[in-house]
Each structure stands twice: as C-alpha cells, then as structure tokens.
Design a protein around this ligand. Sequence first.
Ligand code: BGC
Length: 513
Amino acid sequence: MAPIVIAKSGGDPDLPAKLTTQVIVCSVIAAFGGLMFGYDIGISGGVTSMDDFLIKFFPTVYVKKHQVKENNYCKYNNQYLQLFTSSLYLAAIVASYFASMACKKFGRKPTIQAASIFFVAGAILNTAAKDLGMLIAGRLCLGAGVGFGNQAVPLFISEIAPAKYRGGLNICFQFLITVGILCANLINYGTSRLHPNGWRVSLGGAAVPALFLLIGSIIIVETPTSLIERGKKDKGLETLKKIRGVDNVDKEFEELLHATELAKQAKHSYRNLMKRSSRPQLICGTILQVFQQFTGINVIMFYAPVLFQTMGFGGDASLLSAVVTGLVNVLSTLVAIFTVDKIGRKKLLVQAAIQMLIAQTIVGAVLAVHLKSTNAMPSNYAIFVVILICLFVSGFAWSWGPLGWLIPSEIFPLETRNAGFFFAVSMNMVCTFLVAQAFLSMLCSMRSGIFFFFVVWIIIMGTFAIFLLPETKGIPIDEMNERVWKKHWFWKRYFDDDDGKGDVEIQAKPEEN
Ligand code: BGC
C-alpha cells in the first residue's frame, strides 16, 4: 500500500509562509473569544460582593454579610450565589459538545459567530435582569458562548497560523483571557460606586467585546482545513494562498488534502480515542485540565474580592486587591509567551508548582493563625496574604494556565485531535464548575484548611509533571507518537502490543533530509 502522507497540521516549518496581516487580524479577532471568557470569569466575584446586587437577588446573603457575629468563613455560603457563578460552566460543558459538531459540520467561522450571538444575548439578559431566573438565564447564554468559543477559537487559530508561530499565537488566546479578567476587575472597581445599578453596568460590559467579536467574525476567513473538509477545495486553496501570502502553497495544500482524507477514513474518532494507544495522550490531555483547575486558581479569579473581604478588607480595598492580582496575571502570561519554546513545558510546570506550593502553604498557615471565625485579620497580615496570592497567580500564569490549553492541543495525533481536544475542554469546564460551586461551602466548612486541600493537589501535579509528562517543546505535532510517546519510559508500554485494529493505517512520510 502506498504510504499515506501525514499533514503537518498548519504546515511544516519549511513550507513557504509569511506571517500575514490577514493571519494576525483573524487571530486577534478570534482571540476576543478568550477575552469574553476572561471577562465572564472576572466579573462575577466583584458583582457578588456588591451590596446592591446582593439586596436585589440574594437578600439573605446580604443580611448574613452584615451580621457582625457571622462566621468569617461562612458569610457568603449560599448555594444560589454559587449557582450564579457556576451555572455558566454547566452550560459550557453541554455547549462544547454541540460546538465540536458545529465546527465539523458548519465550519469554525459560523461556530465563532454563534458564540458571539450567545455572548450578546447573555449580556443583555444579565443587564436587564429583573429576577434570579433572568440572571441565571443570562449566565447560561454566556456559558453557551464560552462552550462554542473555547472549542472553536483555539482550533481556528491553530489552523490558520503558520507552524512556527502556532505556539505564540495559541498563548495569545490565554493572554486575552487574562486581559478579560483584568478588564472585569477594573470595571467592577469603578461600578461598585455607582448605586444602585453599578452591577448592571458590570454585567452589561460583556456586550462590548461580544459585539466586537460578532462584527469581527463576519470579516474573518474560514480555515482552509474546514473548507476542504466540507468539500470546498477550490475555496480552500484560494484562502490558503491569501493567508500564507505566497502563491506556492501546493505542498501544504497537498498535505491538507491527505489530512482530510485520513480524517474521513478514521470516521470513528471517538472510538479511536478509546484505543489503548490513545490512552497516554488522552490521560495527559485531560488530567492537565483537571490539574489546572485544582491549583485553586479560580478561587482567586472568581472569589478574590469575596476572599479579601473575608480577611477584613473593606469593599474598595477588596476590589483593588483583585485588580492587582489581575494585573499580575496579565504580565506573567507574557513570560510564558516568550519562554515556552525556549525553556520548555516541563521546567515551567515544575518550577511553578513549587512556587504555588510555597505560596498556598503560607496563605493557609497565616489564615489558620490570624483569621478566626469572627475577628478581622490584622491589616499587615492581610497585605502579606495579597502578596502571596500574587506569587501564586504569577506561577500559574506562566505555566499551568497557558500550558493547560497548549499541551492538549499539540499531543494528539491528527485522527484523534478533535475528539481529544473536546475531552480536554469539557474536563476544564467540569472542574471549573466543581470548584466554583463548591468553594464557598468548602471555605465555610474547611476554613483555612481549604488552602491545604489545594496544596495536596499541587504536590500531585508537580510529581506528575516530573515523572509522567513528556517534554513536547520543538517536536512537530505529527511526530509526537514516534518521538515522544513511544520513547517515554512509562507511556511506551501502551504501544507495545498495539495491533492497530480499528486504526487507519498511517505511515510516516519519509524524512526528506
Ligand atoms: C483557565 C481559567 C482561569 C484563567 C486564569 C485559564 O487558563 O482555564 O479557568 O480562570 O486561566 O487566567
């Protein structure tokens, strides 16, 4: 049988391609999906600590919050309040499944457009909310937007980016997530002074990037892969020439045709994913997302203002502290963009695990000693805790944050990549939901012990990164199996007795040099 050529997913490094304005503009527009995601993450913490908002939707929480005798750790413990934050992720889990099908059937561009429509609808419902039902309905729409956006945008960017810029452009998605979180924190800081409707401005603010994404998504191109996949070969070739900025795209076009052919043969990508030889990538891809969430990052992102109020900061100081952590998050993500392809993934993950471990342990210890049930924490200790939280956030931002998205997108072979990435995205949403839903109750029952809960997770993930996660820096995506997994001391056993049943027969393209 003639060897089947494996496509280099976006082109191998020596394929002729320029970093065209078209690619940059399209990537930035699409990455606004990340900004929307970040805005939604960042906005809820500040809003749920605003009195006007609590009086309108959660009066019992408002009363508890202002009862001097109320236990510090339990002030905000309310299932409905948590549902406000976490309902978004519930919707996103369901939506990302439909989004993966929409991506395939209709293309990446309409999926991104659908995401922006959900975002606009969610922002309108939330701004106009008259009761809890309308508020939650708005969050569910935003969640659908997140599900559609997070599935389509990374895929879209990877497919239009030339191979050698793919890593950097990919982390731009995470960068805009952090910008979205920071914008949300800044807006909350301003709107907390606008009584009684400041919270409406905060929630309605989501409409601005959503409209930008909606208008922008009209002008972006469809990816050549998606066009070819849906039988539009000529349009695919034309788009490829346009985004690469060169006429000689024959080789990449050939590879895309073969890739599509392969994908067609490997019809049952979910069944392929369940095979023994797919287990290493499936385990590593999904577990990285579990670990990303169990660093405890979203406790800070969602509940920083609430957390800081628990420690005795006033409303303003709490929001300001959340702004500081947001800024640290943005700046530290830049570190990842510039180091990930030089230092490598593993070193960043391990270094950051140690940094996060130290920070969380000290935060837990300081709270255990200085934050009792009903006193306010001495302010110098509270400031010390904010500094430690910044240390924790910076470690996350240059490692488990961006790499939680990057690594799952680069470790799957072509025939299981879509299905594998879907598992990773939905696992992220499931764990985000769990953390968002459980945190305030856990804070109430475990008190400062909650930080030690995350410390245990960080030890596990650090150990995993040292011993079980292979280094993928600089390895072409389609050579991962041969050069990474089959050589890894542990994972190679999954390939030993692989008889290839149910596989599409794939042979590596002979090296040209
Ligand atoms: C995570 C989010 C998190 C954000 C913080 C993302 O990679 O998926 O859950 O809130 O990083 O910057």
